[in-house]
Ligand binder design. Structure first.
Ligand code: GLA
Length: 748
């Protein structure tokens, strides 16, 4: 509901309130953003500058409260005495903008630039102006979030240079800590917290993409907020290019926060009559801690961002050929893998890189779309038909935005590439970027990708992008708009094609990409212990159905860590499950375990993918309807560990539940040398008896079964003890480092 009354605007529903007021100087004050309040509360909620602060500039010398520098504002500029960071900069005297009028719209207007947007939502449009410039601010209300964006129009007679235009700006009273999610390849989404003080804290990407260096999503929390208590704000941008966000506390104790396109390398020349639209930003708040905030963000992403077709559509268990084959495959090898994958329970076979042109390594072929007939004599059509006969769907990898210099495309159209003007080109993974601002380049991509998609029965696309470019310069934003145009033209007419975007793993994990495809490959690192960080931290802002999570080989290719297959599965369950390893080397006990994993996942797929996700002290929980599933994970084990509790959240205290451990086996090989401790035999740990036993036999790992109340589960039940050097017992979790368990809890 949006109420407008005498310069007071209240966007309100049962979860949040955004209260704005136009003051007598035409400035837009932010009275409140957070839990629902009443419009009548305005006086009590507003920041009143009273006699002002000593050195403030006053808009009216007779009114000591007329100091913009001390006001809590929802927008500002540099031209009227607010010396804090300005969300807008153009020409020399930007930011003298004052309120003109407003409108309430049933839903927000579609952006002419083609930027992706959240679906629906009642919208307040506030128009601000100064001579020759109009600024439209959009506030759109959703169930669990508010979105904001800005449109600046040059209404003057001369052209205007725009240097910076944020999507929103907001002043919040109080003290906050900023949490950002930063990293790099195979180390995405590290969580870092920085207290917001008088020095500005910035979260920015300048690589041309939203990047793995700094995810655009970030949080501001009260210093004592915790997982289940305290105030936490969450912000994100529906955009895949360079982004910028900052937070800074003023002397008056107001934290100014803003987010938008990064002003670095950004200049937009607006001819008279021309406009610039910012991406839409998402603002969310919870007084129930980080967990409460995540639940609201998840709801928003599922309901308003990912394509409607995929909203609650269960995703297939896939097999991906990359880690198992890399570039070295042919149809026979692929079909052998496919058959094995099918027998394990996989539903979709994804052929990764290497199926086209001279693509036998990453030095050649990118940009070309002719199927490599040496590897695939029957083409994609033949391969997909054979997969179909096996009962498998077919998915394919593309990397359409880049080109190798050693490709037919580059040899024919060297001018289609972004060149590093005046300097030599700098490649990354032997690639250059195509210039997506050119219509003929976009047409080439759309024509080729759609031709391939329509030529075979392809139900899934992995859309990769493996390099950044220094040659983007001021074209960065236009290139992202070009990408959106390409994605829209390919995928909107084919909503049934499951699009999983990727960028060397999670180098472009953002809400912009999620508007076109419901999943993102969040990291090339599938080591489950690293995934606890990556998936766990993604969960602050993104629901688990938005990320692919694969089981791969151990020791892991990116960390050399050796982890149990059970843990690899238990972690990958909390995402869209896939397998990515050479299946022909699996031994019987691994085959049994994977079959059991897939069977369980399929049974509870809706719970894993769409259930409410919660972070626990020692693991994760998902719950949907009458089922709760919890994973408990361990890193490096201490000697003689004590009792461990599992404490679930959000259950019905009065209900009874059946609590069961997912049965899993412990490989005997790892205990070979220890057998003499428990059995009167002296077996060679490297001998054939042990090796054979290891392939086929497993020891039972502590299984628990209780009929128990929700009250007890929420108070915390004590799990079976962990191994502590006193021998094997089947009523014990005998796991060592990187062990884990999965518990299925069902209402009785
Ligand atoms: C990137 C992706 C990988 C794989 C390779 C193929 O690194 O992140 O998953 O698709 O490209 O070249």
């Amino acid at each position: 509901m949006i109420e407008c009354n005498n310069g007071l605007f209240h966007l309100k529903n049962e979860n949040l309130s955004c209260l704005l007021r136009v003051n007598r100087y035409g400035l837009l004050e932010q009275i409140h953003f957070g839990a629902p309040v009443d419009s009548e509360d305005v006086k009590a909620l507003s920041c009143n500058p009273g006699l002002g602060w000593g050195e403030s500039l006053l808009l009216n010398p007779a009114d000591t409260a007329s100091c913009p520098d001390a006001m809590a504002l929802a927008w500002s500029g540099s031209g009227r005495g607010d010396f804090r960071e300005s969300p807008v900069e153009f020409d020399s005297k930007s930011g003298d903008l004052s309120y003109v009028n407003h409108r309430v719209l049933e839903q927000q207007p579609v952006m002419e630039s083609g930027l992706p947007m959240a679906r629906g939502g009642e919208t307040l449009e506030i128009t601000m102006a100064q001579k020759g410039v109009k600024l439209y601010l959009y506030f759109t209300l959703f169930d669990t979030a508010l979105t904001r964006r800005a449109v600046l129009v040059n209404e003057g007679e001369a052209s205007l240079e725009l240097h910076k235009l944020m999507s929103f700006c907001l002043d919040l009273p109080g003290e906050y800590v900023m949490t950002t999610f930063d990293g790099g390849w195979i180390a995405e989404m590290g969580k870092h917290t920085t207290p917001v003080g008088p020095a500005r804290v910035v979260n920015e990407s300048t690589t041309g993409a939203s990047s793995n260096r700094h995810n655009p999503g970030f949080l501001l929390s009260e210093p004592d907020a915790g997982e289940d208590h305290g105030r936490v704000y969450g912000f994100n941008l529906i955009y895949s290019g360079n982004h910028y966000a900052s937070a800074q506390r003023s002397l008056q104790g107001l934290t100014r926060v803003m987010q938008g396109i990064s002003p670095a390398n950004f200049t937009k020349n607006l001819a008279p009559g021309e406009k610039f639209e910012t991406p839409e930003a998402v603002l969310c708040c919870s007084d129930e801690g980080f967990g409460g905030l995540s639940a609201r963000m998840h709801r928003f992403v599922l309901d308003r961002i990912i394509p409607e077709y995929w909203r609650e559509k269960e995703r297939p268990v896939l097999y991906n050929s990359w880690e198992g084959c890399m570039f070295d495959f042919n149809q026979r090898k692929l079909l052998d893998l496919a058959k094995r994958a099918r027998d394990l329970g996989c539903e979709l076979f994804v052929l990764d890189d290497g199926w086209f042109g001279a693509r036998d390594n990453d030095r050649a072929g990118l940009g070309d779309y002719n199927v490599n007939r040496k590897k695939l004599p029957e083409g994609l059509e033949g391969l997909s038909a054979r997969l179909g006969k096996l009962g498998l769907d077919f998915g394919l990898w593309f990397e359409p935005e880049s080109v190798n210099e050693d490709s037919d495309l580059y040899r024919t159209h060297p001018d289609w590439v972004l060149h590093n003007d005046g300097f030599s080109d700098i490649t990354g993974r032997n690639q250059l970027l195509l210039d997506l601002t050119k219509l003929e380049v976009r047409d080439y991509i759309v024509e080729n990708v759609t031709r391939i998609l329509d030529s075979a029965n392809i139900s899934y696309v992995k859309w990769d992008m493996n390099r950044h470019s220094v040659a983007l310069g001021v074209k960065a934003h236009e290139c992202i708009l070009g990408l959106y145009d390409v994605l829209r033209r390919i995928f909107e007419p084919r909503p049934h094609v499951l699009l999983e975007s990727c960028s060397s793993g999670g180098n472009r994990f953002d809400l912009g990409m999620l508007c076109f495809g419901p999943q993102v490959w969040c990291s090339d690192n599938t080591d489950p212990i690293q995934r606890l960080t990556i998936q766990g931290n993604l969960s602050y802002l993104y629901p688990q159905s938005t990320f692919g999570a694969h089981v791969s080989a151990a020791p892991h290719a990116q960390t050399l860590r050796n982890t149990p297959l059970t843990t690899r599965g238990n972690v990958a369950f909390f995402g869209c499950l896939g397998y990515e390893l050479d299946l022909k080397h699996l031994v019987s006990i691994e085959i049994q375990e994977i079959k059991a994993q897939i069977e369980l996942y399929k049974k509870y797929r809706a719970v894993f993918q769409f259930g409410g996700f919660r972070r626990l002290k020692n693991g994760w929980q998902v719950s949907k309807d009458t089922t709760v599933i919890a994973g408990v994970f361990h890193g490096r084990m201490d000697a003689a560990p004590g009792y461990e509790q599992l404490r679930l959240k959000g259950l019905d205290k009065s209900k009874r539940y059946l609590f069961r451990t997912r049965p899993q086996k412990i490989r005997v090989g790892q205990f070979a040398g220890l057998l003499k401790h428990v059995a009167p035999v002296d077996l060679n740990p490297n001998g054939s008896v042990i090796r054979t036993a290891d392939k086929h036999l497993g020891l039972e790992d502590g299984v628990e079964l209780y009929h128990v109340t929700g009250a007890a589960l929420m108070s915390g039940i004590t799990l079976l003890p962990l191994f502590r050097g006193t021998g094997y017992d089947k009523n014990q979790r005998t796991q060592g480092d990187y062990g884990s368990n999965l518990y299925v809890i069902e209402e009785e």
